[in-house]
Design a protein around this ligand. Structure first.
Ligand SMILES: [Zn+2]
Ligand SMILES: [Zn+2]
Length: 172
């Protein structure tokens, strides 16, 4: 039946792989390596890319806006939350709030346009913002490891919680 070579369809992306799969949107023959299963059937990489382009409404300058908005907030939040030693315990509650606040501020600043790597810019800013709070305890390493580790604990805890909260709000 399928001995007729004219009946054999080859993958658009891999001209030497015969296939029976087709993109459910554009009908282009694709092999199992390219096919991406969506809720509306198999899609070719081009159609998936096109869909994502519609989904991501952000522009390149949204990344610049995100950096400008999140950096000062990140520096401020890290300094504030790690300098108040008396309430270090509250870092567990305040750090996710700070991360969430920075993420929301950025979302507001870019008018809620979606960008694929917005979370990366904001999380990067939070890490940069926390660096000054890590430098001092790291300097203590030369004096004694115990004090330095304790000094690092809260900035690192803050960092992990704030980054986690920001990521949870911005990843799409
Ligand atoms: Zn397609
Ligand atoms: Zn293929």
């Amino acid at each position: 039946m399928s001995s007729d070579p004219q009946d054999v369809v080859y993958c658009t992306y891999h001209p030497n792989i015969p296939t029976t799969l087709r993109c459910a949107r554009c009908g282009k023959p694709i092999c199992s390596r390219d096919a991406q299963l969506t809720e509306v059937g198999y899609r070719c990489p081009d159609c998936v890319k096109q869909q994502q382009a519609i989904f991501y409404t952000g522009t390149w300058y949204d990344y610049v806006i995100a950096a400008i908005v999140s950096l000062p907030l990140a520096f401020g939040a890290a300094l504030l939350l790690t300098s108040i030693n008396l309430i270090w315990f509250f870092i567990i509650f305040l750090a996710p709030l700070a991360g969430g606040f920075i993420a929301e501020a950025v979302r507001w600043a870019v008018r809620r346009r979606r960008s694929r790597y917005l979370w990366l810019v904001v999380c990067g800013a939070i890490v940069l913002g926390a660096l000054p709070t890590l430098v001092r305890p790291l300097g203590l390493l030369t004096v004694g490891a115990g004090g330095a580790l304790l000094g690092l604990l809260f900035p690192l805890l803050y960092l992990a919680l704030a980054v986690g909260a920001a990521y949870a709000r911005l990843r799409f």
